[in-house]
Design a protein around this ligand. Structure first.
Ligand code: IMP
Ligand code: MG
Length: 174
């Protein structure tokens, strides 16, 4: 990456809004009577989670875990670090994981193992974006927003080296 970085809109805030509405409708149908635990992965999912849960008008709980694999670059090390674990009992609960983007799949495969040890009733996954071309481990996404090309994206909570999370649109960093 050169010093001169350019941002190009890939999905506008209007498109994101329509997509979040679509996902919320699907999730409401499946979870309105299940009192799920929404587990949001920090930091990248905080904007998406905030928008999503405000469209779900049924009982639920919202929890956060903070995981990291990326250092300051753009490629996954494959080694996942738990920066903030789950301090909430999930035995026999229905879990919906909310993630910003699935890339290699290492983060999600780690988190699913981590949660399964706590014996939940079910685990499903909602991802705002998927970059399937980079997958290293298979991951089943139950609710998917966007499929993205093999480009580095930022905005709507998603960062590059802690920058650009504030952008309302999802942009490609070039
Ligand atoms: P994975 O473990 O390789 O699937 O990576 C998942 C995490 O890497 C995501 O939660 C993001 O935080 C980060 N990530 C993957 N692709 C991108 C991207 O294009 N932009 C910003 N962060 C990304
Ligand atoms: Mg993330």
């Amino acid at each position: 990456m050169t010093n001169k970085q350019e941002l190009k809109i890939l999905f506008s805030f209007k498109e994101i809004e329509a997509t979040v509405n679509r996902l919320a409708e699907q999730i409401r149908k499946d979870y309105y009577d299940k009192n799920p635990v929404i587990i949001s992965i920090l930091k990248g999912s905080f904007v998406f989670t905030a928008d999503l849960v405000r469209r779900l008008d049924f009982p639920m709980e919202v929890e956060f875990v903070r995981l990291a694999s990326y250092g300051k670059g753009q490629t996954s090390s494959g080694k996942i670090i738990v920066k903030q674990g789950l301090h909430f009992p999930i035995k026999n609960r229905n879990i919906l994981i909310v993630e910003d983007i699935i890339d290699t799949g290492y983060t999600l495969s780690f988190l699913i193992d981590y949660l399964k040890k706590r014996e939940p009733l079910s685990i499903k996954l909602c991802a705002l974006a998927d970059k399937p071309s980079r997958r290293q481990v298979p991951i089943a996404i139950d609710y998917l927003g966007f499929t993205v090309p093999n480009k580095f994206i930022v905005g709507y909570g998603i960062d590059y080296s802690e920058k650009y999370r504030y952008l309302p649109d999802i942009c490609v960093l070039e």
